[in-house]
Design a protein around this ligand. Structure first.
Ligand code: COA
Length: 381
């Protein structure tokens, strides 16, 4: 039994922060920190912090702005983090709420009623709690049937989630599966870290996968897919439930010596990530095109993970053997920044309406783990 993609959904926060606003907030924090630490800086015990720069951010990453759930506290030099109030257990949790918003749009587009969905997978980088699963809460909010579970493969969560959903459908467990990617990436970002403060934004996406015989006539056939992982410490977030069990003097707690950066938030060796992930992804796409009898140049579009524009340009160039036309590998990170697993799905959602029957494309994720996922699709109908 074939599993196809019936529809996608996108929920975007109303507020966004431009590079200029972000840099103004950061630089005010730098002035404050340097003045508070003036004596130690003068004595040579601490390095003064240096300003961030909007032009650097755009050149290094392609990011111009990011949507966020909690704008003012991120820009407040006294806070430099989102402030998302805790909610009573009986109220919908924020992650489930934004996931449901994106899911509703996918259901509407497919003309599907929630009760006809029989599985929900919440696949994202940062889950709000251990349990009950966010996906089970989304199931309850939407009124879907069957079962639900959470999974996390960092930036590749959406493609791995799509493959998990296809497996459930082909194995007979479900006929209609919602894969939802609520990504509140600003909550795992250290806004006091100049190297990384510009990287992430918040969003939620959804993909509805269905058994071919119940799907709408106009859908996306999955013509091939491949998932890979390869362990790396170059992108890491050590936040977890064991944190409060570690003795304070174990040498790893607190700052790791880098500008007060705590390892319970996102940390990366950006240069190494760039160097190692580009060839890994280019090889994956090239090999899988071959395995599926596809010429990469016949792909009408590649909806790539949205972490860094220079990375995407290089991957596309390696795969296609020539400079890319932006039409072929569309960019959303200029407006959304890196939204982890949701990035390639936002690109797919926004830049696929011109596909005609038989056109092929590739959804491709990559990120922490390392992990990468390639899903080749063909428009039907
Ligand atoms: N403003 C101004 N200057 C900055 C800056 C900022 N916000 N952040 C860093 N710089 C400076 C650095 O201090 C360094 O200066 P130096 O050469 O005098 O030492 C210079 O810019 C280059 O810094 P570097 O960190 O080496 O930047 P980069 O060119 O490697 O770009 C990334 C940084 C993160 C954009 C880049 O490594 C990258 O794209 N990596 C891919 C990984 C990725 O995107 N991961 C996301 C998670 S999936």
């Amino acid at each position: 039994m074939k599993a196809v993609i019936s529809a996608t959904g996108l929920w975007t926060p109303k507020d966004s922060i431009s590079n200029e606003e972000l840099v103004t907030g950061y630089n005010a924090y730098v002035d404050k920190w340097n003045s508070e630490n003036a004596a130690e800086i003068e004595a040579g015990n601490k390095d003064a912090l240096t300003y961030s720069d909007a032009a650097f951010i755009e050149k290094a990453s392609g990011i111009k702005s990011r949507f966020v759930i909690s704008k003012a506290p991120i820009l407040d030099p006294e806070i430099m983090a989102p402030r998302i109030p805790a909610r009573p257990d009986n109220d919908p949790s924020i992650l489930a709420e934004i996931a449901a918003n994106a899911a509703r749009q996918a259901l509407k587009t497919a003309g599907r009623k929630a009760e006809h969905v029989d599985a929900v997978i919440v696949a994202c980088s940062n889950l709000q709690r251990g349990y009950p699963a966010i996906a089970v809460e989304v199931q309850s909010i939407l009124g879907t049937g069957g079962f639900a579970f959470d999974m996390n493969v960092a930036c590749s969560s959406a493609t791995f989630g799509i493959e998990a959903a296809r497996g459930l459908i082909m194995g007979g467990q479900a006929r209609s599966v919602l894969v939802v990617n609520p990504e509140i990436c600003t909550a795992h970002l250290n806004f006091k870290d100049r190297d990384a403060h510009f990287i992430f934004g918040d969003v939620a996406t959804a993909v509805l996968l269905e058994r071919e015989d119940v799907a709408p006539a106009r859908h996306w056939e999955v013509i091939g897919a491949k998932l890979i992982t390869q362990f790396s410490n170059n992108i890491r977030n050590n936040f977890g439930f064991l944190n409060h069990c570690a003795p304070e003097d174990d040498g790893l707690q607190g700052d790791r010596g880098k500008k007060g950066l705590t390892d319970k938030l996102f940390v990366q060796n950006g240069r190494s990530v760039f160097k190692e992930v580009v060839p890994l992804v280019a090889k994956l796409i090239t090999e899988q095109c071959q395995a599926n009898g596809l010429d990469p140049n016949d792909l009408k579009r590649m909806w790539l993970h949205q972490a860094n524009l220079n990375m995407n340009v290089l991957i596309a160039k390696k795969v296609l053997g020539k400079d890319v036309d932006i039409q072929q590998a569309p960019v959303v990170l200029d407006e959304y920044a890196n939204t982890s697993s949701a990035g390639s799905i936002i690109a797919f959602h926004k830049y696929s309406s011109d596909f005609e029957n038989g056109d092929t494309g590739l959804i491709c994720s990559f990120g922490a783990g390392y992990s990468a996922g390639a899903i080749f699709v063909r428009r039907v109908g």
